[in-house]
Design a protein around this ligand. Structure first.
Ligand code: CMC
Length: 430
């Protein structure tokens, strides 16, 4: 027998049976499709905290247990054994590649690493001190204009080509955001390098010097990219899906995702964490700062803490925390900031305010420290996040394009404005 939930309007006595849908894991969902037709009502769920917006087979996370799976593989295993580019393949194709598939994948991404030469001029329209996320969103959106006529979102082959284009070009776009702000000449990709090495080469190489990315830095960055690659239906991913629902150009959809990621409640938190640690300045000041974040009259929050879904330690934060410890010896990790971060974590995790609200460190709490150690400036942190999350955006966009329930996204509302009234000419208004 199909499981249903009965909804009763206790004013009219009318009842409807809503089917319950079960996934592989996680909470079952109530299909409310018939609600409006049968009862003339919508559901109300600000922040979509209890709304499943789609079916997805890409990522599963259990916020209570701190579990994160990509296509069924625990993120801990991917972080330890895989590479970012392999994870991108997994997210998009659903399976890990064999050697031949991986070689072809890697080659095809490289083949899409260049951007149109004219695009470089687009950067120069920005002020020298423009925030790199603003540049990244603008330039990514501009790429849509180069793939306007020849993008067929209804064709699976063409969608895969789009995925390769996005993943090929996004490191190029991101590196130029950095170089433009730093007054450095743009660097073309070098296809003898792997994905992360190439990004580092385009970002940090000096035209007059040989450049060899440090293997420790490459592995650290690859790890961070894996940990940021996808995270279910978060705000930016949902934005990409919503933009995609209107059949917008996929580069424009990714640009919409970048814009949403920028906010400090989302990907912008990694930059905000470093600024917060700098503001705290010393482990001895942590207690006072934490008190501020608990004060309802003070708008500040403990950045890098809390998550809509994780009510336990974010598994990604756990991995990055360990990586920070490992890196302490090998790269120039900002030890004073790291010590402040550890003290902050220690005090917050023992504090009733954070315990009661189940506020734990999230992925952004420690990632900035690693980025900083790799000489990446704070304003670029969210760009790094966007680079990695492009994998998830593209995979989710592709999945949505194939969804049997594909239709334009169009939420409804609870109207609380004035009732209908007649226009009053300006001379007659008080
Ligand atoms: N510091 C202090 N109090 C907090 C914090 C925090 N970081 N986060 C939540 N709270 C409190 C909040 O004031 C509320 O208290 P009360 O019940 O007394 O009103 C309670 O905890 C529940 O908070 P909420 O705002 O209803 O939770 P939410 O699910 O809407 O917000 C969040 C989630 C991530 C936006 C929020 O925890 C936050 O602002 N964290 C800091 C920013 C941050 O680190 N963002 C990165 C998120 S992970 C990476 C990503 O998504 O990109």
């Amino acid at each position: 027998m199909t499981r249903t939930v009965t909804i009763t309007d206790n004013e009219t006595g009318k009842q409807i049976e809503c089917p319950v849908l079960e996934g592989t894991y996680g909470a079952a969902v109530i299909s409310t499709k018939a609600l409006y037709d049968e009862l003339g009502m919508f559901t109300f769920d600000p922040g979509y905290a209890t709304t499943a917006s789609c079916r997805s087979a890409i990522t599963y996370l259990d916020g209570e247990k701190g579990i994160l799976l990509h296509r069924g593989y625990p993120v801990e295993q991917l972080a330890e054994k895989s590479t970012f580019l392999e994870v991108v393949y997994l997210l998009i194709h659903g399976e890990l590649p064999n050697k031949k598939q991986m070689d072809e994948w890697s080659h095809s991404i490289k083949m899409h690493g260049m951007t149109h030469e004219h695009l470089s001029r687009f950067y120069t329209a920005y002020r020298y001190d423009a925030h790199p996320m603003s540049i990244m969103a603008g330039v990514t959106s501009a790429i849509a204009s180069y793939y306007y006529d020849n993008t067929d979102i209804k064709d699976p082959e063409n969608r895969l080509l789009t995925a390769r284009r996005v993943m090929g070009k996004i490191p190029n776009v991101a590196s130029k955001c950095y170089r433009y702000a730093s007054g450095l000449p743009f660097v073309y990709p070098d296809n003898s390098l792997n994905y992360v090495e190439n990004f580092m080469y385009m970002t940090f190489s000096w035209p007059s010097e040989d450049y060899e990315p440090s293997p420790v830095a490459v592995r650290a960055l690859d790890l961070l990219f894996i940990l940021h690659a996808d995270h279910e239906q978060n705000a930016s991913t949902s934005t990409v899906r919503l933009a995609g629902s209107s059949e917008a150009n996929p580069f424009a959809c990714v640009a919409a995702g970048i814009t949403t990621l920028w906010g400090k409640s989302h990907g912008g938190a990694n930059e905000a964490v470093i600024r917060m640690l700098e503001e705290i300045g010393h482990p001895g000041n942590v207690k006072k700062y934490i008190e501020r974040t608990k004060d309802k009259g003070d708008p500040s929050r403990l950045m890098g803490f809390g998550h809509r879904v994780y009510k336990n330690y974010d598994p990604r934060a756990k991995i990055i925390r360990e990586a920070c410890h490992d890196l302490l010896e090998q790269v120039d990790l900002n030890q004073p900031l790291f010590e402040i971060a550890m003290e902050l974590e220690r005090i917050a995790l023992e504090d009733d305010y954070f315990i009661e609200r189940k506020l734990y460190p999230n992925v952004d709490f420690y990632s900035g420290l690693i980025y900083q150690a790799l000489r990446i400036p704070a304003s670029m942190f969210t760009v790094m996040f966007a680079l990695a999350r492009s994998a998830g955006w593209v995979a989710q966009w592709m999945e949505f394009m194939e969804d049997e329930d594909f239709r334009i996204g169009r939420p409804r509302q609870l109207y609380i404005g004035p009732k209908s009234r007649d226009y009053v000419p300006i001379e007659e208004r008080e």
